[in-house]
Design a protein around this ligand. Structure first.
Ligand code: ZN
Length: 101
C-alpha cells in the first residue's frame, strides 16, 4: 500500500485513455483522404465510358434500369487504358508504402 502512487496511476490511466495524439489523428485523416483520391473511380478511370451493367466498376453501382450482366470494362479496355490504370495503381501503392515508413 505504501508504494502505491495515486498520482502516477491516474496519469498512466489518462495516457492510456487518450489514445493517439491529435497530430497523429490529423496525419491519418490526411493520409486517408489522399488514398481515397488515389484510388477513386474518378481518378483511376478518368476518360473511360463505362457500361450499362449494374455493377460497372467505372461508373459505380446503379439503381433502376441497368443490365444484370458482369462489368467487363477492365477486360475490354485498350492496352493503353490498362497500362495507364496499372501505372496509377502502382504509383498509389508506392506512395502509400512510402508514407508508412
Ligand atoms: Zn463497366
Amino acid at each position: 500500500m505504501g508504494d502505491f502512487n495515486r498520482g502516477q496511476l491516474h496519469e498512466r490511466l489518462q495516457n492510456e485513455q487518450e489514445g493517439p495524439s491529435r497530430r497523429e489523428v490529423n496525419r491519418l485523416r490526411a493520409e486517408n483522404k489522399r488514398l481515397r483520391e488515389c484510388f477513386s473511380r474518378e481518378y483511376l478511370f478518368d476518360g473511360w465510358e463505362g457500361c450499362s451493367n449494374r455493377d460497372c466498376i467505372v461508373t459505380g453501382p446503379k439503381k433502376g434500369v441497368a443490365t444484370n450482366s458482369t462489368c467487363t470494362c477492365v477486360q475490354d479496355a485498350s492496352r493503353v487504358q490498362r497500362s495507364i490504370l496499372g501505372q496509377k495503381l502502382n504509383a498509389a501503392l508506392a506512395n502509400h508504402e512510402q508514407e508508412k515508413e
